[in-house]
Design a protein around this ligand. Structure first.
Ligand code: CTP
Length: 470
């Protein structure tokens, strides 16, 4: 039954051409790995297809390219013995079946030619070792030596070999196991989970870039706390983001505790995952409280405080991005900015003044909506009354922002009087006074002392210039 379904699905022309090439070259050929897994899970249109053949992957790729109507270019990776071509928007990768053996200090194995079984053996998980035949005699048959199909049905992540070997060979697979668990909502088999814990330290041989790729996939999964919790339980998170795991735990003094900011953070990340696919807003949620560990104090008569944690946290964002070799670009600045501003909107909900709203819109600029989305995700109270009240407060904030914005146009605000105008009016060369006047105009507008227009700003400039003796 199943096999017929696979055959039908493979009718599409790409697999037809590959099968034809395999037949002409007389090499056994299979589609394998993520494509088969996602196809069975019906996870939507594939972007990558992995083809394995018992022979030369490069020769097969060239043959397929010559048969395809558009004769695509074949990219060859000699060192790996692989080749890649594009068909429509799909990347098709070809490789010869291989056996692999690993050494202690590297995740790059020694490779020899092998059979399909050897190739399936070397793969990370049973659900990724499934292959479908593209050969004439058994076209469309599923080759499943490790009961991967059953694991897909039971939602289990399991390694084909002893998990200690699989993870020690290639420690990136520890991240992959957790990433798949988070993306697919699967459970990692107990034996495997123990092996991850045992091998956790070996993560140090994996490049930061690869770790971050997996972490991003965890963050982008429907319920990121599944992955983050697993990373924590297996001691991987302690190595990747100690700033985050430092938030775990509750300290009591004089009978007073504070919330566990680690588990609170996981809840915020889950909340934001329901609201947006913006990866950087998810990073913001992940890092929004990291400044709380280093700023935590117990103050007599007050209790636990985290003064300035937003500022401290935004500084830590830079260090974390740098250490994880993430690009230090506008995305990093966005996360820094939102962490810095993360407590500001709630203040406005209880404080009526428009000037606080104007200042917030000025500071957040185009990211004001994202900031409010973050703040709404940050509400994790279990008290239904409070939950309702806080959400309502943010509705008020959004409304206030809308009103002030319609009136004062502060978003992406450019002061109506430029330095040039000041220089021209007073016949000045660049000097300190120009900055002082410009700044005073900006402050006056944000405070609502004057309107955001040329006339009022010009008059204000004249008064200020007189006061400065110009
Ligand atoms: N693989 C592996 N060990 C790794 C990486 C990959 O055994 N560390 C194998 C798996 O069989 C996997 C296949 O190579 O299915 C392709 O890897 P990749 O394209 O990285 O992942 P996919 O499983 O296709 O999943 P995704 O596209 O979601 O990353």
């Amino acid at each position: 039954m199943m096999d017929i379904a696979y055959k039908d699905a493979l009718k599409n022309s790409l697999f037809g051409y590959i099968a034809q090439a395999a037949e002409e070259l007389q090499v056994d050929t299979y589609v394998i790995g993520g494509f088969v897994r996602d196809f069975i899970l019906q996870r939507g249109k594939a972007k990558d297809v992995d083809i394995v053949c018992v022979g030369s992957g490069i020769a097969l790729a060239k043959k397929v390219a010559s048969l395809l109507p558009n004769n695509p270019k074949v990219q060859i990776f000699k060192t790996y013995g692989t080749a890649m071509l594009r068909f429509e928007d799909i990347e098709v990768e070809f490789v010869g079946a291989r056996r692999e053996s690993y050494t202690e200090d590297s995740r790059n194995p020694t490779v020899e030619e092998g059979t399909l079984e050897d190739d399936q053996n070397r793969r990370d998980f049973t659900i990724n070792a499934l292959a479908i035949s593209l050969n004439k005699e058994n076209y469309g048959n599923l080759l499943d030596p490790f009961n991967g199909l059953e694991d897909l049905e039971n939602k289990i992540i399991r390694t084909p070999l002893n998990p200690n070997i699989t993870y020690s060979d290639d420690p990136l697979r520890m991240m992959r196991a957790i990433r798949f668990a988070s993306q697919l909502g699967f459970t990692i088999e107990k034996k495997s989970l123990n092996a991850i814990k045992k091998n956790a330290k070996r993560l140090e041989i994996i490049t930061k870039e690869r770790i971050v790729t997996e972490l991003n996939k965890i963050l982008l999964s429907p319920k990121p706390s599944i992955g983050l919790n697993l990373l924590f339980k297996t001691d991987l998170l302690q190595q990747i983001l100690p700033e985050l795991t430092n938030l775990q735990g509750v300290e009591y003094r004089n009978g007073q505790g504070h919330k566990d900011n680690f588990y609170h953070t996981l809840e915020v990340v889950d909340n934001i995952a329901k609201m947006t696919d913006n990866l950087w807003l998810r990073w913001t949620a992940l890092l929004h409280d990291i400044g709380k560990a280093p700023t935590k104090r117990f103050e007599q008569g007050i209790g636990w405080t985290f003064h300035g944690h937003e500022f401290k946290g935004s500084k830590m964002v830079y260090k974390i991005f740098k250490r994880l070799k993430m690009p230090l670009n506008d995305k990093m600045k966005y996360v820094q900015k939102l962490v810095l501003l993360s407590s500001r909107p709630i203040v406005i909900a209880t404080e009526v003044g428009d000037s606080a709203v104007r200042r917030l819109v000025f500071d957040a600029g185009d990211d004001i909506d994202d900031l409010l989305t973050h703040c709404e995700a940050d509400i994790t109270t279990k008290n239904p009354e409070k939950f309702k009240k806080y959400h309502n407060n943010f509705k008020i904030v959004r409304q206030k922002i809308k009103e002030v914005e319609e009136r004062d146009h502060i978003r992406n605000f450019q002061p109506p009087i430029t330095g040039e105008i000041i220089m021209k009016t007073y016949n000045l060369k660049p000097c300190r006074e120009i900055g002082i006047i410009k700044d005073a105009i900006k402050e006056a507008i944000l405070d609502g002392e004057i309107a955001n227009n040329y006339e009022e700003a010009f008059k204000f400039m004249q008064n200020k210039a007189t006061a400065l003796g110009l």
